[in-house]
Ligand binder design. Structure first.
Ligand code: FDP
Length: 299
């Protein structure tokens, strides 16, 4: 079976980028090993005022330490850091954007959570999503899987018993499926979003929402449909972040034939204003995202 390295060797990626991708992908092993000792909350809040899980903090400091020492990376924008972490002496010129542990509320209940990563060339972390060189996530479910694009299609690898990522699914295309899941509190949804969810139901859609963006997206990538975390009354920016969550996942969605939108525009074309730029998110099969945009138009 083709290993991650063999796959990377077939891409036009430059050698340091291949090394950086492998380095990050295999951090899934120590991160997964850290679950057992980091089950609860850390007693601290991140820059967004959200309670940090111990594993959020562990994965964040682990990845920053490994990437800092590697010399490949000039800058890291992490969901768990208020400011961009800089490595001016790095020999490499990549910038990494990351959500070290997405879906933290599910750690204690042993549902799937993941690590979301984007890599830019040029050492600058606040770039448009469409300019990503690489988008990937490691999903810690019954298997540990890596879904990755380097801009030439989407592939998923599974970590085998020898600790190697081997190809599981090649050239993934997202079907026009009917799953839908929406975050937020129904009573606080805008009426246009309510209309969109009603439309999904009228079209025979089936509700699927776990509370882990990366896991819910993995399901949408496989079966088709839509994941959304909308704007709400008093929260026009929604909950999720453009830089660490929407852009890497949206880049993968687009490479698989899907789309990502804030309800009005392709999120991959938006220049981030700051690391913690939040945005409403609709990501999934192309025609459902078009329906979301028609419902949200003018609201
Ligand atoms: P979490 O804060 O637990 O890391 O953006 C973070 C996120 O989870 C997403 O992974 C998830 O889809 C969403 O928030 C869950 O929010 P709700 O608890 O409001 O549903």
């Amino acid at each position: 079976m083709k290993t991650l390295r063999q796959y990377l060797d077939d891409t036009p990626c430059e050698e340091p980028l291949k090394d950086l991708i492998e380095l990050i992908a295999y951090q899934s092993i120590p991160i997964r090993d850290a679950f057992i000792d980091n089950q609860t909350y850390a007693g601290t809040e991140n820059t967004y005022g959200e309670e940090q899980a111990a594993l959020d903090k562990w994965a964040d400091s682990h990845l920053i330490s490994v990437l800092g020492k590697s010399g490949f990376v000039k800058a890291i924008a992490s969901e768990e850091q208020a400011d961009i972490v800089k490595f001016p002496d790095a020999f490499g010129d990549y910038a990494v954007v990351m959500d070290p542990l997405d879906g933290s509320s599910l750690i204690q209940v042993n549902l799937a959570v993941g690590t979301i990563i984007g890599i830019f060339r040029g050492g600058e972390a606040l770039q448009k999503g469409e300019d990503l060189a690489v988008a990937m996530y490691m999903l810690y479910g019954p298997m540990t899987v890596l879904t990755i694009t380097t801009g030439n299609g989407v592939n998923t690898f599974a970590l085998n018993s020898e600790g190697l990522f081997v190809l599981l699914k090649e050239n993934i295309q997202m079907p026009e499926g009917k799953l839908f899941g929406s975050g937020g509190i129904r009573n606080e949804w805008l009426s246009a979003h309510q209309d969109f969810i009603t439309l999904c139901e009228q079209k025979g859609g089936k509700l699927r929402y776990s509370g882990s963006f990366v896991a819910d997206f993995h399901q949408i990538l496989t079966y088709g449909g839509v994941y959304c975390y909308p704007a709400a009354q008093g929260k026009p920016e929604g909950k999720l972040r453009l830089v660490f969550e929407a852009n890497p996942i949206g880049f993968i969605a687009k490479q698989a034939g899907g789309a990502i939108s804030d309800g009005k525009q392709d999120l991959l074309t938006v220049v981030p204003e700051k690391p913690d730029h939040r945005t409403p998110i609709y990501v999934g099969s192309k025609s459902i995202i078009e329906s979301a945009e028609s419902c949200m138009k003018g609201c």
